[in-house]
Design a protein. Structure first.
Length: 178
């Protein structure tokens, strides 16, 4: 969980910059693009919802769908899910980044998740990127450091399609943080 001995203590902003930081509230409002360049098809929305329901609703985080997303000001919609590959290197299936810091330096007011289309939006990958959006790290950015493939990382293992389960360690970190 952000911050760790690797990440530094201040939330990073910008596409593929730094490390994932925390979301700014235990009430997590999320939106999935429904039109335009980054639209998720119905089946992909269903997959993301299933991962949120199965892995994150049993935590201290309360997820709410925001059908009227807010993209400016101090109370932006917390997580915006996009389907697309713009800006992603060929080797990368998905990424999460903060575009607006929250209030205390550790957290982000609005996180973006972008995952490639055509079958890349899986339950495991939705769990993985949603984990980043609430501050969970890969193994080599964790304290203590772990191999990126360590099964204790649950769905935060790399490659990102490896495990469906959030796992007990991540759940404890989330519950201790929020
Ligand atoms: Zn990752």
């Amino acid at each position: 969980m952000f911050p760790t001995s690797v990440t530094g203590g201040t939330c990073w902003t910008g596409f593929r910059t730094g490390f994932p930081c925390q979301t700014d509230n235990s009430a997590v409002y999320f939106y999935m693009d429904s039109n335009g360049e980054y639209e998720l098809e119905a089946t992909d929305k269903s997959t993301v919802n299933n991962a949120i329901d199965g892995e994150y609703r049993p935590t201290a985080l309360a997820f709410h769908y925001d059908s009227s997303p807010v993209f400016s000001g101090s109370g932006e919609t917390d997580i915006i899910y996009q389907e697309g590959s713009t800006g992603l290197p060929d080797s990368v299936a998905g990424t999460t980044w903060c575009n607006a810091k929250g209030g205390d330096g550790l957290d982000c007011d609005q996180q973006y998740i972008r995952i490639r289309g055509n079958g890349y939006i899986t339950y495991a990958r939705s769990c993985h990127e949603t984990g980043h959006a609430v501050g969970l790290q890969h193994g080599d950015n964790s304290s203590p450091r772990l191999l990126n493939s360590d099964s204790r990382l649950g769905c935060l293992v790399t490659p990102s399609d490896g495990h469906n389960d959030l796992g007990a360690n991540n759940r404890e970190n989330v519950n201790a943080t929020y």
